[in-house]
Design a protein around this ligand. Structure first.
Ligand SMILES: Cc1cc2nc3c(=O)[nH]c(=O)nc-3n(C[C@H](O)[C@H](O)[C@H](O)COP(=O)(O)OP(=O)(O)OC[C@H]3O[C@@H](n4cnc5c(N)ncnc54)[C@H](O)[C@@H]3O)c2cc1C
Length: 426
């Protein structure tokens, strides 16, 4: 089937119904564009893995991009909307994994922690999303761009935005497989969604902080396979071949009854350096137990108490440092994780997605007011790409440096997390 876009407003095809693609669709729709989102998953519920994320320095930009009714319902995506938000609640404490004392507290004024799934559900409202559409090819036409999908389907649009995540097919189509390939970082991360159904356990966990807390630098056991900077503290325990855990965090993920902590769902992450594995469920829990060094206090209990049937996943974090691509005369570009997949330190990924989307919407809106001129289009999109590549490269590099520093208790105090907190740094 060949779908030809109708005359009238310009059509932007967006590949990927993740948060970047959905946000871009709203930003474009609000500015008079026809936005059509193509997603390879069959529905919003297909993906099992969920996580929480902090929306912090880019919150004011996010608020500008989404329609008012969605913004009014943002509390539906917030992990714990029942809190009285103040300076203490809007901060992220980080505890010392060796002593248990407070290492640092990062201020996050105005920030809200949301779950990806709930925010995605909210942002999917009133959008034209075509599910079960896997993009396989992209090419230019005389007046725009042609997108091909698995099967015989094609779609014609004026512009194409690749928002298809860290292993982006659009990126691969623009740059070739080898150049576009996401790079393994050597850092593994586990996520666990837990419902203890026991108010005492949940209360013990939220005592350190009602939203989220971190623990770093657990140096009591373990040595790192393939680590370039083995902490001195650990040299005496090299015989214990467990991977050094350097960061752990937990958060309140969702609340059914604010008065009854046994109904709350919590979420934890653990990061360490090791050989790549991809595991889920009980296998993942057993791997963590047997191969990563234990934490202390309630941070360890959060894992020990995890019911065996919980949603637990382990994967390696991947990154890609953006490099210029051929944007097909200003018709095709990238945004979000497709453009700059980074490690999850200081929660910067989605902040940069929001920034990309805002810049993209502004670029296309400005172009509309200037008329349909190929030279102007080429220049405008080249400027969009250049800014994003520069900013994205810095952010990806910083995430890698943060990861390296977090392995060494001596260097934790030099991390951006400690010196700058969560503010924008790229
Ligand atoms: C545990 C964790 C914690 C995080 N915490 C934070 C935080 O606190 N703050 C922060 O700013 N960021 C955080 N991030 C990063 C943030 O989640 C991501 O940057 C953001 O969600 C990226 O969204 P995206 O839409 O660009 O990519 P994705 O969510 O990957 O979406 C891409 C979509 O494209 C679809 N797709 C892929 N290929 C194709 C194809 N060929 N055809 C059609 N569709 C396709 C996929 O199915 C997917 O739905 C965190 C990430 C993790 C994993």
């Amino acid at each position: 089937m060949v779908a030809v876009h109708p005359p009238g407003p310009k059509t932007v095809a967006i590949v990927g119904a993740g948060l970047t693609g959905l946000l871009a669709a709203h930003g474009l729709q609000q500015n008079g564009f026809n936005a059509v989102v193509f997603e390879r998953e069959v529905s919003l519920d297909e993906r099992q893995r969920d996580w929480t994320m902090l929306v912090h320095w880019a919150m004011p930009i996010f608020e500008k991009l989404v329609p008012k009714d969605i913004l009014a319902d943002l509390h539906k995506a917030v992990c714990n909307p029942y809190l009285d938000f103040d300076e203490q609640v809007e901060s992220l404490p980080c505890y010392n994994g060796v002593t248990g004392g407070l290492l640092l507290r990062s201020p996050t004024p105005g920030a809200r922690r949301v779950t990806r799934r709930a925010l995605r559900r909210l942002l999917a409202r009133r959008l034209d999303i075509r599910w079960n559409k896997t993009v396989t090819a992209v090419s230019s036409t005389e007046n725009g761009v042609r997108i091909s999908f698995e099967g015989e389907d094609k779609f014609y649009a004026d512009f194409l935005l690749g928002a298809d995540g860290s292993s982006s097919k659009v990126r691969e189509l623009l740059l070739g497989f080898e150049t576009a390939r996401p790079r393994p970082s050597g850092f593994l991360f586990a996520t666990g969604i837990t419902k203890y159904a026991d108010a005492r356990k949940t209360n013990a966990i939220v005592e350190a902080h009602p939203v989220a807390s971190l623990m770093m630098g657990t140096g009591s056991v373990g040595a790192v396979g393939g680590t370039s900077s083995t902490p001195k503290l650990l040299l005496s325990s090299l015989l214990i071949s467990k991977a050094h855990t350097f960061r752990f965090g937990y958060v309140v993920m969702s609340i059914s009854d604010p008065e009854d902590a046994s109904t709350w769902t919590t979420f934890w992450t653990k990061i360490w350096r090791a050989e790549s594995v991809k595991l889920s469920g009980q296998e993942a829990l057993e791997y963590i137990e047997n191969n990563t060094s234990p934490l202390r206090d309630v941070f360890q209990s959060a894992i020990d108490w995890t019911p065996r049937d919980s949603s637990v996943h382990i994967d390696e974090m991947k990154y890609w440092i953006p490099t210029p691509w051929d944007n097909l005369g200003g018709r095709v570009t990238l945004a979000g994780d497709a453009a700059h997949p980074m490690l999850i330190y200081r929660g910067q990924g989605f902040q940069h997605s929001i920034t990309d989307v805002n810049n993209y919407v502004e670029t296309l809106t400005r172009l509309e007011s200037l008329g349909d001129d190929a030279a102007l289009r080429g220049e405008a999109l080249m400027n969009y790409d250049a800014e994003m590549i520069d900013r994205g490269s810095k952010a990806v590099q910083q995430s890698l440096e943060e990861a390296e520093k977090s392995l060494d208790p001596e260097k934790i105090k030099h991390m951006l997390m400690a010196t700058k907190g969560h503010v924008r740094s790229a």
